[in-house]
Design a protein around this ligand. Structure first.
Ligand code: SF4
Length: 353
């Protein structure tokens, strides 16, 4: 695992025999001020700044914004890591309440560049695996906005990659939630997984306040194996056992993501099987919340189709009639290809901007 920026700074401070309060000052300058370069920090001695810049490079952030698109309610940023891999981050704005003027801003961040898991319908999966992001590269997607004085109310790991497949996730969560670093409340973070059981178990142990979403997409094992090959390693029922443990241990709601694709997983049989699957989950099924998503076709041709509103409503009705909690997710950012499953990193479609 690569060393984080703070670990390197601690070593530099130790080598220079700096007093302990210098670390506090460095953390403040990095995580609380708008400084984007070490050379802009005025609270640390020149000699120390020089050492930081020479050992770490002058740029504080580990990511460079190389392209930005703004839609009606979403802003998508294409970042590049120093080793030239691309990731996308999306900031979405929505009104929590029509009566109020303020906006809630939610960030959808990436955990990997590309993804190795190859879910058939996923734009990110189609580019293959490029790299696991470091803890800094993950948390800097949030720090970038903080440095620009743009509020981030919540963060969802729903961008590129499977968060639990990246061992650096845990250090990133530490940076995101520690008070003197990014300082986000754990309740404002959500992790979306295709069902990596060891990750769910570790979340229960170490970050039980963090929200969990399980991307199911079909209640039928055979079909899920076809669509999402990870099912062979972590079968649906085993993952749901682990999700149940999370629910019982935390009393948190759990989100079951289901992207509806026409003619594939939007039939009445699918809806009924989904109801049965959820109802089998024991005494706290009221904490299971189904997030339906109308599949978003990516930029190229896709064999997977977006279902009509009528089909979506019918599916939703079957679930709600049976007492399940269901929400149809609004497709924020569809106009700029920033909705779920569309993060593509522009690897193959365009060159550098
Ligand atoms: S849906 Fe998630 S796990 Fe599957 S290929 Fe896409 S990014 Fe990877």
């Amino acid at each position: 695992m690569s060393e984080s920026r703070l670990q390197k700074i601690e070593e530099i401070l130790a080598d220079m025999k700096a007093p302990p309060y210098r670390l506090k000052q460095a953390k403040h300058a990095i995580y609380e001020s708008s400084a984007e370069k070490y050379s802009e920090i005025s609270t640390l001695p020149r000699e120390l700044i020089g050492e930081l810049a020479s050992q770490l490079g002058d740029e504080i952030l580990s990511l460079k914004n190389i392209h930005e698109v703004e839609g009606r309610q979403a802003q998508k940023i294409l970042f590049e890591t120093f080793d030239k891999h691309r990731i996308e981050t999306v900031r979405m704005l929505f009104k929590p309440n029509e009566e109020r003027d303020d906006f809630h801003s939610s960030l959808c961040i990436s955990s990997q560049s590309g993804c190795a898991l190859g879910c058939k319908f996923c734009a990110t999966g189609s580019i293959g695996f490029k790299k696991n992001l470091t803890a800094d590269e993950i948390s800097d997607q949030v720090l970038y906005f903080k440095k620009k004085n743009l509020t981030v109310n919540s963060v969802a790991f729903m961008g590129m990659g499977e968060p639990f497949a990246n061992p650096n996730l845990w250090d990133a969560l530490q940076i995101l939630t520690e008070k003197d670093l990014i300082g986000l409340s754990r309740h404002k973070i959500s992790i979306s997984t295709v069902g990596i059981i060891p990750g769910i178990e570790r979340l229960i142990e170490e970050f039980p306040q963090i929200n969990l979403a399980f991307s199911l997409h079909t209640p039928f094992s055979n079909q899920r194996e076809e669509l999402m090959p990870i099912t062979k390693a972590y079968p649906i029922n085993d993952v749901l056992e682990s999700v149940k443990k999370y629910v019982l241990a935390t009393n948190n709601k759990v989100f079951i993501a289901y992207a509806l694709m026409e003619g594939l997983n939007d039939s009445l049989d699918h809806a009924k099987a989904l109801v049965n699957l959820i109802k089998k989950q024991g005494s706290k099924t009221y904490l299971y919340h189904i997030n339906l998503i109308r599949y978003n076709p990516g930029p190229g041709d896709s064999e997977f189709k977006r279902p009509s509103v009528g089909r979506v409503n019918k599916f939703m009705e079957t679930l709600t009639k049976e007492g399940l909690h269901v929400t149809l997710k609004q497709n924020f950012g569809l106009d700029i290809y920033a909705a779920c499953g569309q993060l593509y990193g522009k690897y193959e479609t365009e060159g550098e901007h």
